[in-house]
Design a protein. Structure first.
Length: 106
């Protein structure tokens, strides 16, 4: 089998550049980096923001930060827009407070 032929008893030949993790398989290192070191692996090399939210065009230095923001940004939709004015809320509780205090509707 592949394991006996290439891996069993062999020292790990691939090392994570961010920590002490080692593996005999390059794919394991890539998966480890993607899960454990996403921020380090995805940082813009120029230390400038280069990951842009497609919804609001906000810029981020880290891809993972942009993806998290994009998920939240996409939730700001008609369901969180005030039906009486142009106010848009990030959270439903904020919209409820706005409607109650601005439009005096309970």
């Amino acid at each position: 089998t592949r394991h006996l032929r290439l891996e069993c008893g062999m020292p790990p030949q691939f090392r994570c550049p961010h920590c002490d993790f080692q593996s005999t398989r390059k794919g394991s290192i890539n998966a480890h980096i993607a899960v454990r070191h996403a921020a380090e692996a995805e940082k813009s090399p120029q230390s400038q923001s280069r990951y842009q939210c497609p919804g609001c065009k906000k810029l981020f230095s880290y891809k993972v930060a942009m993806l998290k923001h994009r998920n939240e940004c996409g939730r700001v939709s008609a369901s969180l827009s005030c039906p009486k004015c142009a106010f848009v809320a990030q959270r439903s509780v904020d919209l409820d407070v706005h409607i109650a205090t601005t439009h005096f509707v309970l």
